[in-house]
Design a protein around this ligand. Structure first.
Ligand SMILES: NC(=O)c1ccc[n+]([C@@H]2O[C@H](COP(=O)([O-])OP(=O)(O)OC[C@H]3O[C@@H](n4cnc5c(N)ncnc54)[C@H](OP(=O)(O)O)[C@@H]3O)[C@@H](O)[C@H]2O)c1
Length: 250
């Protein structure tokens, strides 16, 4: 488990070991808002692990006040998209050597809220926390599509997931109006166990061996918006992401 807060990581590790009886649970420090931390984490994993078969890019931050990552990226775009994009890039050779391997990118139905603002990707001219979250989750689906193309015939497949509306801490930055709406929909929301099911499905379901690049919800393929199926934009985003991170990934 890659976590930014090692106290929380240790508590989660203890709980998993107690509940599963599996003591082989390892925690390592990773702060996705800092490319130095991502590089250090990847270096450690690449040296420690002979094999990685499943990478779940799960971390996320939603609708926070305007802020920037250590590298100057808008926080939601920086953590939710660029952080995972760099992490995947740094682990891709290990994943390929471990084939069959799968990458799961946590997106959201909230990809509908945003568009890719190539001309103001860090929302410096105007910031709307909900739209910026939408942009980052749209970027997750577009980069999943582009990555699937690049990974053809490598034995590594990739999936984007909407987990449902799940009772987690994600709503920590929501304003009062949204928290009230949240209370209204709460009876229809998922527990964390239910919310994890589509990620698990994409990670292990045999039927998906021959599928890659799609968007899933409720343990089945789901329809995303036309903006999320725009392969031209996906390529532009890919190039821009590489440029911002100073990497070459053709
Ligand atoms: N909950 C929903 O209804 C919902 C709906 C659609 C999509 N999603 C997506 O599902 C994923 C999981 O979210 P969740 O609902 O489980 O929310 P959550 O309870 O807030 O969990 C998010 C996790 O991301 C970690 N994180 C945030 N910033 C990080 C950083 N800079 N570096 C490393 N880790 C970081 C958090 O770490 P800390 O514990 O240290 O804060 C937390 O463990 C997200 O990608 C989210 O966008 C959730």
């Amino acid at each position: 488990m890659a976590c930014r807060d090692m106290d929380k990581a240790e508590a989660a590790q203890k709980e998993i070991i107690e509940n599963s009886g599996n003591s082989n649970i390892v925690t390592r420090k990773l702060d996705l808002s800092d490319t130095k931390s991502i590089r250090e984490f990847a270096e450690l994993i690449n040296s420690e692990e002979k094999q990685v078969n499943i990478l779940i890019n799960n971390a996320g931050i939603m609708m926070c006040p305007y802020s920037k990552t250590t590298d100057g990226f808008e926080m939601q775009f920086g953590v939710n998209h660029l952080g995972h994009f760099l992490l995947t890039f740094l682990m891709i050779d290990l994943l390929k050597r471990s084939r069959p391997a799968r990458i799961i990118n946590l997106s959201s139905m909230a990809h509908k809220w945003g568009r890719i603002q190539l001309e103001d990707i860090h929302s410096e001219r105007s910031y709307h926390s909900r739209r910026a979250y939408g942009q980052s989750k749209l970027a997750n689906i577009l980069s999943t599509r582009s990555l699937a193309e690049r990974l053809k015939d490598t034995g590594v497949t990739v999936y984007a997931v909407h987990p449902g509306i799940v009772r987690t801490d994600l709503k920590r930055h929501m304003n009062l109006a949204l928290l009230i709406s949240w209370k209204i929909v709460r009876p229809f929301t998922k527990t964390v166990e239910q919310g994890a099911q589509t990620s698990i499905y994409c990670a292990v379901e045999r039927k998906l061996e021959t599928e890659s690049g799609g968007y899933y919800s409720d343990c089945k393929p789901s329809r995303c918006t036309s903006a999320a199926r725009d392969d031209e934009m996906a390529e532009k985003l890919w190039k821009l992401s590489c440029q911002m991170l100073g990497i070459t990934w053709d």
